[in-house]
Structures are given as C-alpha cells and as structure tokens.
Design a protein around this ligand. Structure first.
Ligand code: PLP
Length: 504
C-alpha cells in the first residue's frame, strides 16, 4: 500500500519544525556562550551582546524600538501579563472587551481577572469567526479600559483588523492587548503602524524553538511585571534569559520576510486542497474565511457524519498529522469553544478538522493528501476499526470470552471515569506499554471522551492488530447515554478493584 513511510505534517498552527537558521544560532550559543548575560565579566558581556542583538532583530522585524521587547518563556507567559496590566486601569475602567475565540492562554488569565472583580464582555463573531470594529462598537461602553483581541485565530486562520481595533480603543481611552502569535510570518506585522499597546509572540510558531516568546509593550503603556524576582529584561521580566532560545527566536524572526513571500503559494495550495476536498465531499463546510482575511495555509473543515477523533487516527495511520477543531485536550467533554462561539453545534464541532500547511508543503503532498482523504471519507477502510456506540454496548458484547478491554488514561494523575470491568488501564503516553501490548483476539479500547481510543486504535492497526473496536464518546459519553448500565458496570469494577487490593 502507498501509505507506509509517507509523512505529511499539516499541523503548523500547533507548532512548526525548527528551521536551519534557528538551529545554527542556538547551537552557537549552546556550544560557545555559557555565561549569564547579567554578569559583568567578558563572557557575560558577550552573552549580553547576543541578547541585545536578538532584541534589535526582533524589534526590526516588528518595526518597534528594541527596548519595547520583553523576552518571555512563550506566548502563554506573555498573555498572562494581562493579569498584571489590568489592575493598573483606572477604577472606572474595569470592563474588558474580548474575543470569545481567544486561545486558552488568554481566556484563562481573563477568567482569573473576572474572579478578581473585572467584568468581561465578549464580542460576537460570525460563522467564519470574523469580528470587526462594528462588532466591538456593539458591546462597548464608557467603562471599557482594555480591549483584548487576537490578530489571527489558531483554529480557523481568521485575521482581524488590529489597526482598526487600536484606533477605536485609543479614541475611547482604552488599551489594546493583542495575541499576535498566529499572525507573525503569515501576515505583515508592523506594530508601529498597527498602534497596539501590548502584543504577544511565540518562537515555535515561526520555526523557532519552543519555550521562548516575547511581549511587546508600547513605550509609555502602563506596565507591571508579571513575575517577581531579579532585574532581568530591564526589570520587566525576572529570570535568567534562555539565551540559546532567544538567539533561535531572533534567527527565526529574521526569516519572516521569506515566510510572507511564500504566502501566496501556500494560499494557492490550500485553496486547491479545499477544491479537491469539496469534489470528494460536496457537503463539507469550510469554517475559515479563505480570503485575504485568512492565514494563507490554514483551513478548518466540518465533515458531516465523521467523528474528528476517528479521522485524526485514520489520517495518522496514513502518516498525515492534522488537528481536530474540537480539541478535547483538557479531557473535558467539550467541543472547541472557538467553533461553538462561531455558531457550530457540538456535533459539528466534533466533525471538524484543522489543517495548517507549512512552507515545505508540495504539490506532491497535496496529491497524496487528497488521495488519502478520498479513502478516509469515501472508502470502506474505516470499517477496519469497529465503533461501538453507547447504545450498542451490551452484556453479551462485554462477556465475549476472547475480548480484552483496554482503557486509555490521558492524565494518569487526574481522576477519570471508572473503567469497564475487566479493563486493563494504560496511560496514553506510555509508549512501552502500547509497544508491549499483547495482541488479543478481540480488543475494545475505551477512553474518557472518545477522543483517544480511535487514535490509539489506528496506531495499533498500523502495527497489524486486527479486530479492534473503540467505544464512541468514551466512558463519560456512556455515563450520559446509559446511566443505569454505567452505574452497574462501575459498581462491578469497584468490586473488582477492592478484591484486587485485598488480594495484594
Ligand atoms: N496564543 C495562540 C493564538 C496560540 O496559538 C498559542 C499556541 O498554541 C499560544 C498563544 C501559546 O503559545 P506558547 O505555546 O508559546 O505558550
């Protein structure tokens, strides 16, 4: 079969591979510059020079003075500065208008501010995730002190009118904090022209290393450090700078003009993919705007009748990495808040995939991708893994003599649903346990919300395991759909665990 060995990475909004220039810059620091940039002797001064050069380079790419750039551990930390900045707002300006489509790295700090007495007001996006100045005006009032609007959405690729937001906010005496993580390298980011007060960036989205980012603070904008400690970063961010990461970040940022130049090609390939996919499945819905108000390489697609976890596993089987629009990453049985905010139903959100192509994506890759999508959406390969819906789970099914049940635990330290009686529990990340798994005659995989079982199922199928079934919607889904059966099976399992503990 043509699938073995071929790999396509279409999840560049999650992270990007580290580029050659970034690797080179990092290696130079790791091998030749061991001193702390805050130390006064020669090696320390050399390290400080690298730090200054990185700040200058990033400042030049963003068209702002180097002194406005604060290096952080990533955009999550940069965004968390909103918690230190909001308390500086005047007492009569404690309303925060925001996009409901922000990344959790912004939404969660905002929720903490809400607990501290700030009032959050969400603007309303349209079906493609667009929010414009008129939508902000709709929810505005005189008490708004801060507008929090991302520049590009990570799930749909939607780009926003940041310059318009900045102008609108400034005219009303409010500040603008923009998460620009997904914009850099995909659309021109000229901070001076845009007029934002604060902006967040992350190196690993532009072929830099993970664990480093930046916060831009406009000269004169109110600022308080988020973390207490030493006086690094001019007293604005405590902690010894990760110089190798910062050098890698600056090297990656210097490649931004090349990334922008490649945007047109990427857009064409993305649009060809969408066209090809619509030929395979005309009822597929495109959730991204796809026009100039969209990142060039991103598309979010809803594929009615298909479960995204199952698709993710099956595409992975063919060497294709994509993201599910509905990221059940927190283990909660909740579809993506971004898609729900855009008006998708929970079922639609669970049928949604995000593809984000990188600059190495080729016409050959596109061809392969469409061939695989045809198999996945139209072929009968999907029947190679059985799906047991909660309504189909019977005592007869569970008491099959040659059936082994394996429950996948995503977060081993967190409490989860009680596994089915007779289950073996294996952590999702326990690669050795999965490699060593004795192949039973029949295997039922269960997980918490129905997300992990198909992914593990398809990876076992790739290893040649047959007769695999997965429990759709996971054990939490079973609990909701069949509470009586759930209670009985849970009691059996608890009895089983008690006996095992007594025997031990
Ligand atoms: N903001 C957006 C829009 C993102 O896409 C991400 C990463 O997924 C983050 C913030 C968090 O960035 P980091 O991984 O650098 O903490």
């Amino acid at each position: 079969m043509f699938h073995f060995g071929r790999k396509i990475y279409a999840d560049n909004n999650a992270t990007t591979p580290v580029g050659k220039q970034a690797r080179k810059a990092m290696t130079a620091v790791l091998t030749g510059l061991q001193a702390n940039p805050s130390t006064p002797y020669r090696d320390g001064r050399l390290a400080a020079e690298v730090l200054d050069a990185a700040r200058r380079d990033l400042g030049a790419v963003l068209n702002v003075p180097p002194g406005t750039i604060v290096f952080t551990s990533g955009a999550t930390e940069s965004n968390n500065h909103v918690r230190a900045i909001a308390p500086l707002l005047p007492p009569d300006k404690r309303l925060i208008v925001h996009s409901p489509m922000e990344h959790p790295a912004m939404l969660e700090p905002l929720r903490l501010l809400e607990k501290e007495g700030f009032v959050l007001v969400a603007a309303k996006p349209d079906r493609q995730g667009r929010i414009g100045v008129p939508d902000i005006r709709e929810v505005w009032d005189d008490r708004v002190g801060l507008l929090v609007m991302m520049a590009a959405n990570n799930e749909t690729g939607t780009l926003y009118d940041v310059a318009g937001f900045a102008k609108f906010a400034r005219a009303r005496g409010a500040l603008l904090f923009s998460d620009m993580v997904q914009a850099l390298g995909k659309t021109p980011v000229d901070l001076r022209a845009l007029g934002v007060d604060y902006a967040s960036f992350s190196a690993h989205k532009i072929r830099g290393p993970k664990g480093v980012g930046a916060l831009y603070v406009r000269d004169g904008a109110p600022y308080a450090p988020f973390m207490a400690g030493g006086g690094q970063e001019d007293g604005r961010r405590a902690g010894t700078e990760a110089l190798h990461n910062i050098a890698g970040f600056a090297a990656a940022a210097r490649e931004v003009p090349g990334m922008l130049a490649g945007g047109g090609r990427l857009r064409e390939l993305r649009d060809l993919f969408v066209r090809g996919l619509r030929e395979i499945m005309p009822e597929a819905a495109v959730n991204s705007p796809l026009g100039t108000d969209c990142q060039p390489g991103t598309v979010s697609l809803t594929l009615p009748g298909h479960d995204n976890a199952f698709l993710l596993g099956q595409l992975d089987f063919h060497g294709i990495s994509v993201a599910a629009g509905s990221a059940c990453a927190t283990g909660a049985n909740e579809p993506s808040h971004v898609l729900l905010a855009m008006g998708l139903s929970p079922v639609e959100a669970r049928s949604t995939l995000r593809l984000s192509f990188g600059h190495d994506f080729s016409v050959r890759d596109l061809d392969y991708l469409l061939q695989v999508f045809k198999i996945v959406l139209k072929g009968d390969e999907k029947n190679e893994i059985g799906v047991v819906r909660p309504a189909e789970l019977t005592d007869a099914f569970l008491s099959q003599k040659d059936l082994a049940v394996v429950h996948i635990k995503r977060f081993p330290r967190l409490p989860g649903p009680t596994p089915l009686p007779g289950s073996r529990v294996v952590a999702l990340g326990d690669r050795k346990a999965w490699d060593d798994l004795e192949v039973p005659r029949k295997l039922l995989l269960t997980c918490e919300v129905g997300y992990d079982a198909p992914i593990i199922g398809w990876s076992l199928r790739k290893r040649g395991v047959r007769n695999i079934s997965v429990l759709a919607l996971g054990l939490w889904g079973l609990k909701l759909a069949r509470p009586d059966l759930w209670a009985r099976l849970s009691a059996m399992r608890e009895e089983e665990e008690k006996r095992a503990a007594e025997g031990a």
